[in-house]
Design a protein around this ligand. Sequence first.
Ligand SMILES: *Cc1c(COP(=O)(O)O)cnc(C)c1O
Length: 432
Amino acid sequence: MTSHNPKISNNESLFDESQKVIPGGVNSPVRAFRSVGGTPLFFQRGQGAYVWDADGKKYTDYVGSWGPMIVGHCHPEVVKAVQDAAAQGLGFGAPTAAELELANLLCKLLPSLEMVRLVSSGTEATMSAIRLARGFTGRSRIIKFEGCYHGHSDGLLVKAGSGALTFGQPSSSGVPAEIAALTTVLDYNDAAGLEKTFSATGNEIAAVIVEVVAGNMNLVTPKREFLEAMRALCTKYGAVLILDEVMTGFRVGLQGAQGYYGIKPDLVTLGKVMGGGLPAAAFGGRRDIMQCLAPLGAVYQAGTLSGNPVAVAAGLSTLKLVQSPGFYERLAQLAKQLTEGLTAAAQKHGIPFCAQSVGGMFGLYFSKSLPTSYAEVMSCDKEAFNRFFHAMLDAGHYLAPSAFEAGFVSAAHSDADIAATIAAADKIFAGW
Ligand SMILES: *Cc1c(COP(=O)(O)O)cnc(C)c1O
């Protein structure tokens, strides 16, 4: 239902109504614009690089449904694949040939996947990978890094306790302290801290889980020594290295961040792009570990909608498109053009700002230098970002509504789209 009161925008009236029946008016917290302030946009439709809100205003989209829309909105091949699959049956709760095709494709594209299981969300993938790592090793403790997000399961909504080597503490109400205590939270990019933790408690550690490129604290790239220490320590102590590629998989390149940086995982989690915009995700990796899963092994994991044929069709058709020659070169070029153009515009007007991209994802920072840790991300000027966000939104350029989220380009963005976004930013910076 939309309002016909001309003084109230449709976005505003929809948000008012939504808040009565949906907590905060949204089905996932960051959508509420709490970080940047103001009224969230309600979207009506998308086409290619653009989205339209409930008031009919058009935006160039740099969120892309938080990553999945890598070929742009409503790509005709993806829409057709989804329609064809839907016409054959929305779901069976039983195996289909298309799931086999997707599993084979994932294993072919990511050599670290010897076996893979499909699930419906990134959260499911990471929580299942952790249970599997615990079942495989017979150990309970896991290590994660501050600022990395791995979905909202209990053991992963944990922040660092005070001081090194202390137990993790819940970062959400409702997470039992006893569960949080099994998670050790360390600093991202801190190889020495990781080494110290392993030498103290290495034989208790079931798994290390990490975003190779951290994309949930704005964007932070990994230091080579950090990745090497992680791989070496997991191997030395018999811990499972889980690369959470829910965001980076098929986003930074065809082989994900593991291919981009040349790091070999034991388990991998996937989501976002691999579902092509529908709820499909996966976890997979070493055969000896994956064979511990039910029905082969003793680690239980299941899902009524896992491998849903419509979601699988969206994923398969998207993954076919990203394999076209030059796809990632072009995507990376677009992201680079954007970040370099924005940086140049800010510099011209003397604004402390920098930006970087990895493949088709990018980070924007109101700070003098690129952050390499969670603490450095937190010290960026959040108020400046919020001002910039709203000015860009007014000008018709939709960035993620938070200073702590990565941005995304799609293959549907044109050079002209990127140039228009840079020109809008230049104008905003000129009046800063
Ligand atoms: C988005 C994301 C998740 C969670 O995926 P959902 O589908 O939202 O449950 C997990 N890990 C990473 C790295 C993500 O970016």
